[in-house]
Design a binder for this molecule. Structure first.
Ligand code: ADP
Ligand code: MG
Length: 390
């Protein structure tokens, strides 16, 4: 584990001490778990989003319900908090700018600006000479056609903005698919990527503090189902050299962006063993949920420490193997899942996000287990999830 001690010549920024109020934009499960970590350390939490009775609002001291672009609501929100962070990155960049005039926003609007747009994100990676899938950006039908020729088929066309869980993505296998794809993206800017054969997908969650100290977790391995994260295991079963390369990329990115907060960097490992950077999330990430039960310091506590100017916590895993299985709304299809069934194995931890409407594909909660091996941890969470429907 790499824990770099905080450089002595810090920025001089004052610590935001426990007792202060932390603001979080967005009100889903990431904000909820951030708020729980913050409260555990004696902070108060305010959340702002257009929602009511939200997963974050249920555990925050104050839930402000307002659109992200309401300047009066933003100013009032800023007046009540010592620092603002995000749990949802698709807030308008102007929102971050308005808040930045009044209160520290961590991470700042610049990181948000890059992460909100696949084109800018991929250009940033290329500028830092990080390995990526071959890609080109396109803003017109002609550019799309030329881009597909340049990249070659099969390719994936992704809308540049507002994509998540595979939304806004189109696979192109034949030149004849062009018109259908162009119609589907509806004139929006896209990134065209070569479709590569994946051996594994991994993520590195890292944090950088106000003083420039950086901590990263070991790479986690992510399996998706229908483009939604299904199971994460830790550590990822990849060669040590690839793990070291992935961690180094995450660290350089944080340093380059002078980032303060938690970031997730997603990578592909191709069948020929190459590591490619795919995308970043400027916040804690679903693949890091296992850190709550499986690491010395959770990704959410790391976010609290980073944005408050506290030294970061150790990222070490407590046991040799850990695993997390997502609980999607689909599990409610035939009624309430059997919670006692999932808890029957005393090694398995249940987390639910307080959402009342279990839609298909909606992230409702997760299960975590730690064990002597990664395989055993994975078997525990999968068996516990199966037991929900037994
Ligand atoms: P998001 O997570 O924002 O929806 P991603 O770019 O991570 O978008 O794509 C979702 C998933 O689709 C990836 O986790 C991966 O499984 C698959 N995928 C995306 N791009 C490629 C690619 N160029 N080659 C192969 N698989 C891809
Ligand atoms: Mg992704």
């Amino acid at each position: 584990m790499t824990v770099r001690p905080a450089p002595e010549a810090a920025t001089g920024a004052p610590v935001i001490a426990p007792g202060a109020t932390l603001g979080v934009l967005g009100s889903g499960q990431l904000g909820r778990m951030f708020a729980i970590a913050a409260r555990q350390m004696g902070y108060r939490v305010h959340t702002l989003s257009p929602e009511r009775e939200s997963p974050t609002g249920q555990v925050a001291d104050l839930e402000v319900t307002a659109p992200y672009d309401d300047p009066d609501a933003l100013r009032a929100f800023a007046a009540g908090v010592s620092v603002v962070t995000f749990e949802f990155e698709n807030v308008p960049v102007q929102t971050a700018r308005t808040l930045e005039e009044l209160v520290p926003v961590r991470p700042g609007g610049a990181a948000l600006h890059a992460a909100q747009h696949r084109g800018r994100e991929k250009t940033l990676f290329a500028g830092l000479t990080f390995p990526t899938v071959p890609f080109v950006r396109a803003t017109s039908r002609d550019e799309l056609r030329a881009g597909l020729v340049q990249i070659g088929l099969p390719a994936v066309v992704k809308t540049a903005a507002f994509g998540y869980d595979g939304k806004g993505q189109h696979r192109v296998t034949r030149a004849g698919d062009l018109d259908g794809v162009w119609a589907a993206v509806d004139g929006r800017e896209v990134v065209i990527e070569k479709l590569v054969d994946l051996q594994a997908e991994i993520s590195v969650i890292a944090a950088r503090g106000v003083a420039g100290d950086i901590v990263e977790y070991v790479p986690f391995e992510n399996r998706h189902s229908r483009h939604i994260l299904d199971v994460t295991t830790a550590p990822a079963a990849i060669p040590a050299a690839l793990a070291a390369q992935a961690r180094e990329i995450a660290r350089s990115l944080l340093e380059h962006l002078l980032y303060v907060g938690v970031i997730c960097v997603e990578f592909f490992v191709t069948t020929d063993g190459a590591l490619l950077v795919n995308e970043i999330a400027p916040r804690p990430h679903n693949s890091g949920h296992l850190t709550i039960d499986a690491a010395v310091t959770s990704q959410f506590e790391q976010q609290v420490r980073a944005i408050c100017g506290l030294p970061l916590g150790a990222p070490d895993l407590l046991r040799p193997g850990a695993a997390m299985a997502n609980l999607l709304g689909d599990l409610w299809q035939d009624g309430e899942p059997d919670w006692a069934g999932a808890c029957r194995n005393p090694r398995v931890k249940l987390h639910l996000y307080g959402k009342t409407v279990p839609r298909t594909g909606r992230k409702m909660g997760h299960l975590t287990a730690t064990a002597d091996t990664v395989t055993e941890a994975q078997e525990l969470v999968v068996a516990a999830r199966d037991a929900l429907l037994a």
